[in-house]
Unconditional design. Structure first.
Length: 127
């Protein structure tokens, strides 16, 4: 399957592990993707695009349109502030096991990318 201009095709297989859905690359990669995390990132960047384009005036307006509590939208929008290398790490499934979407929703995220990397590094050291 080919991807159009500006699109990327990634062959994935959905698997269930308990109540969590995991996404595994169909290739022989060892990483396991957390589909909840990937979905959260995708929603965050979509919503940020809606805000940047003026299609939606605020996170609260997005929440109303999506039928969500405004805090959910605002918590996920913070993911757009992640350092690009950390986003890539999450997308390819190389994040520390205990670093989850819920952690990002419940903890403050520094805007400084180096501070973000230090947080992830602490998770790696605790593993």
């Amino acid at each position: 399957m080919t991807a159009g201009l500006g699109e990327t095709f990634v062959p994935l297989t959905l698997r269930r592990r308990g109540v969590r859905r995991l996404v595994q690359p169909q290739a022989e990669a060892r990483e396991t993707h957390d589909s909840t995390f990937i979905e959260g990132l995708a929603r965050a960047f979509h919503w940020q695009r809606l805000l940047d384009s003026g299609a939606m005036p605020s996170g609260s307006a997005i929440a109303r349109a999506e039928g969500l509590h405004h805090s959910v939208v605002n918590e996920l929008l913070r993911l757009t502030l992640l350092a690009p290398d950390l986003i890539e790490m999450l997308m390819v499934g190389r994040q520390p096991r205990r670093l989850s979407l819920i952690w990002f929703q419940r903890n403050p995220l520094p805007v400084d990318w180096e501070a973000q990397r230090q947080i992830v590094k602490r998770f790696e050291e605790d593993a």
